[in-house]
Design a binder for this molecule. Structure first.
Ligand SMILES: Cc1cc2nc3c(=O)[nH]c(=O)nc-3n(C[C@H](O)[C@H](O)[C@H](O)COP(=O)(O)O)c2cc1C
Ligand code: SF4
Ligand code: SF4
Length: 390
């Protein structure tokens, strides 16, 4: 029986028609692009970060690259030397006003100041422009290279993060969402600290900083600087932090990083996220991916009997334990001889040398149970699904 699915969510007391939000980045850099996101099905938008820091508006050219593009657009690294919004804050407020007037989704304005009073100024300006929520960019990977004491430097310090929240709390009446950096060593501590300071929700996570070298020239690629380093690989790290933060705070969490398709979004809900955010998927696949993800989530919920996001939110958490509590069980490896094509991948990767290619007879590989250390690697490696556990 197909059930009726309700995709609406309340996130920090703001209602979203669906939980798929476009993350802060170049897809929400002005009204025209925001409109495209909404047309494609976004449930909400986080704008490109608007800033009072003039140096952070300088746009290097070129500044983006796709590297490691094995299996693009699913597996790759998105490498970018970034800037924040190139608009002056007062000019950007006009884009926000227009978005609020014409787009029927919540508009979350991402801000970053340098001094505390700049954070307050930006929050008040955007509140007055009609923003539904404010996201605090406490996590921009390259800002400290541009201006000391900003971006991920704040996001690594629970006290500084809380101070920014308090200043913004004073200046604006709308919900405040600090966006955390994976470069902090303990995001749970930061999350608790910003909650105590008055944050309404949390976004986890932003990207890391990294670098790639062109070995022909011996120089960094694109520009001679460290870059924002993200892509689908970030998903597991984002999931980890959402899973750790959700049980420790009572404010909702927006899961962000590495979402390339609907199933990735569902994973975030299952570790406790109330909404999800994505940006890189739009760069790799176009705006249309937003609607595909919304549709995919809906189909999955229909097929699995989840009437709303809340019904599946956090269901994975009860299955996550400290390593020390996991029981040590054992298994025997089984091979399906009809499926095995003799490719030899498992033989090459088994460090215990428990699998051998057999040349004679129908069997292509044989397993020596006495040598098998039961690591499980070959089961997931086999391209034919020929190996399983008994
Ligand atoms: C080119 C680029 C620009 C970004 N700009 C911002 C920004 O201005 N503010 C911000 O908070 N995050 C920014 N981000 C981070 C994204 O919002 C997001 O947190 C991160 O890319 C992980 O999500 P994703 O894997 O879906 O892209 C940017 C990311 C990229 C790749
Ligand atoms: S990886 Fe799979 S298909 Fe390839 S040899 Fe091993 S069992 Fe056979
Ligand atoms: S489970 Fe591990 S040790 Fe056993 S055969 Fe497979 S790869 Fe080798």
């Amino acid at each position: 029986m197909v059930i009726m699915v309700d995709l609406t969510v309340r996130f920090a007391n703001v209602e979203f028609e669906n939980p798929v939000i476009v993350a802060s980045g170049e897809a929400t850099t002005n009204f025209e692009r925001m409109k495209k996101c909404v047309k494609a099905g976004a449930g909400g938008l986080v704008t490109k970060t608007v800033t009072t820091i003039r140096e952070a508006r300088r746009a290097l050219r070129p500044r983006w690259a796709i590297v490691d593009k094995k299996g693009f657009p699913e597996i790759f690294t998105f490498y970018s030397i970034g800037v924040l919004s190139q608009y002056e804050p007062e000019r950007f407020a006009e884009e926000v006003k227009r978005a609020k007037k014409e787009l029927k989704v919540p508009i979350i304005v991402s801000i970053m100041g340098k001094e505390f009073d700049e954070w307050g100024y930006l929050a008040k300006l955007m509140d007055e422009a009609g923003a539904d929520m404010i996201e605090l960019n406490l996590s921009c990977p390259f800002m400290p290279e541009t201006v000391k004491g900003t971006g991920r430097i704040i996001g690594q310090d629970p006290k500084l993060s809380a101070e920014v929240v308090k200043v913004v709390r004073e200046a604006a009446s709308i919900p405040i969402i600090p966006k955390l950096s994976p470069e902090a060593s303990d995001l749970v501590e930061i999350a608790k600290s910003v909650e105590r300071a008055g944050a309404s929700a949390i976004t986890a996570i932003n990207r890391f900083m990294g670098i790639e070298i062109d070995i022909e020239t011996g120089k960094p690629i694109i520009q001679s600087a460290f870059a924002g380093y993200g892509g689908p690989y970030l998903r597991g790290i984002g999931l980890r932090w959402v899973a750790k933060i959700v049980p420790e705070v009572s404010i909702p969490v927006s899961g962000c990083a590495g979402i390339m398709n609907w199933s990735h979004a569902v994973e975030y809900f299952m570790v406790g996220a109330t909404t999800v955010q994505l940006f890189t998927a739009i760069v790799a696949k176009g705006y249309g991916v937003i609607g595909e993800i919304v549709e995919g989530i809906k189909n999955f919920m229909e097929q699995h009997g989840y009437e709303n996001i809340e019904a599946m939110r956090g269901i994975a958490l009860k299955h996550i334990f400290p390593l020390s509590q996991l029981p040590v069980s054992s298994f025997t490896l089984k091979i399906d001889e009809d499926k095995c094509n003799g490719c030899g991948l498992c033989v090459r990767s088994c460090l215990a040398e428990a699998i051998k290619i057999k040349t004679a007879g129908k069997k292509k590989v044989v397993i020596d149970d006495s040598k098998c250390e039961q690591c499980g690697l070959c089961i997931t490696l086999c391209p034919s699904g020929a190996l399983s556990i008994v």
